[in-house]
Design a protein around this ligand. Sequence first.
Ligand SMILES: Cc1cc2nc3c(=O)[nH]c(=O)nc-3n(C[C@H](O)[C@H](O)[C@H](O)COP(=O)(O)OP(=O)(O)OC[C@H]3O[C@@H](n4cnc5c(N)ncnc54)[C@H](O)[C@@H]3O)c2cc1C
Length: 383
Amino acid sequence: MILDDYRAPWANQELDDLRELARTFVAKEVVPHQERWASEHQVDRDFWRTAGSAGLLCISIPEEYGGGGASFAHEAVLAEEQSRVGDDAWANMVHSAIVAHYVAAFGTEEQKQRWLPGMASGDLVGAIAMTEPGTGSDLQSIRTRARRDGDHYVIDGAKTFISNGTHCDLLIIVARTGEEDGGKGLSLIVAETEGLEGFERGRVLDKMGQHGQDTRELFFSGMQVPVGNRLGEEGRGFGQLMNQLPQERLIIAVAAAAAAAAAVRETVAYVKERQAFGQNLMSFQNTRFVLAECVADVTAARSMVDAFVPRHVAGELDAASASMAKFFCTDVQNRVADRCLQLFGGYGYMNEYPIARMFTSARVQKIYGGSNEIMKELVARSL
Ligand SMILES: Cc1cc2nc3c(=O)[nH]c(=O)nc-3n(C[C@H](O)[C@H](O)[C@H](O)COP(=O)(O)OP(=O)(O)OC[C@H]3O[C@@H](n4cnc5c(N)ncnc54)[C@H](O)[C@@H]3O)c2cc1C
């Protein structure tokens, strides 16, 4: 009941059907490729089109732009199913729940018609480039510059840690268009990367986890992007980020709670099999207490997710609550993954065991999407 048959209070028949579809899809199209993707540091480019054909990209984008016309709850179900099988390679959250929503929220009608159908089919893969070598948490210090030259911006700068860095066809760049310091001079500009002069993909970064993800450095040197590719008004970038980041934080929280549940599920199966001192590990009181505490942690994280998902769908979730969910659920995920790994003994340290991958993948969840320290600052500011 707690682990396997759990049904969120916000579930309905449509979401149950989607869950079944997503579960079948990841079992068939993701799980068999996990090891290969991890060694190649990317998912197959065509996999994006396969996901698009299955109707799993841009589920919460309006149908008139090729999306599924559904809600954030649908994105949440898909993210949960990815976490359930420990999928840390397919950065659909970035593509569907983040990048597509910047376009949907701030794009002109022409931009939405031009980009969103391709994102929904998987012909275009989306990425967003905020972080730079010199600044991550402090977005107001972004230095990438977009200088206006006639009807183009000439963009110079460097970004790092960019998810979907290898495959991205559409890249939202946070760049400084004005002379003002701080958040005022920032704008969001969409680069269409195919054949784009001055656009260079740097090395694929060697991470401790999430090996199947194409996280890269990106460089811009005299790169020309039409002024018409800017999202919204010039100089509004920082406000646009603040507007969209809560959804990014909530989807990370959703994935984190589901990943913690998956780690416990995996561990319960293992400790019931593994023998030591003539009995299975589950019979030791320590194992039982640890797992009971982990399930309590999972339940607490899920309860927060369950409270906030419907509020977000209704457009009523405040930014501080999204930040709270992000740090709380990712802390739970990390604590649970660590404690579960311990119950596997030496096997937990072996990459061939999913718990090892769950542990290393979990770590970055406390860092990206706004570090957990920044999340606590945002919560504290609201008090
Ligand atoms: C695998 C991965 C994928 C990523 N994907 C993307 C992506 O697709 N797009 C993108 O733009 N970025 C991406 N990032 C970047 C990520 O968002 C940043 O790493 C994160 O925001 C932290 O920035 P930083 O690394 O520069 O750390 P810093 O900002 O240098 O922070 C270092 C430490 O100082 C702490 N700190 C900083 N300021 C404060 C403060 N005011 N109060 C208290 N503590 C503070 C931080 O919490 C952190 O613990 C990704 C990162 C990783 C690792």
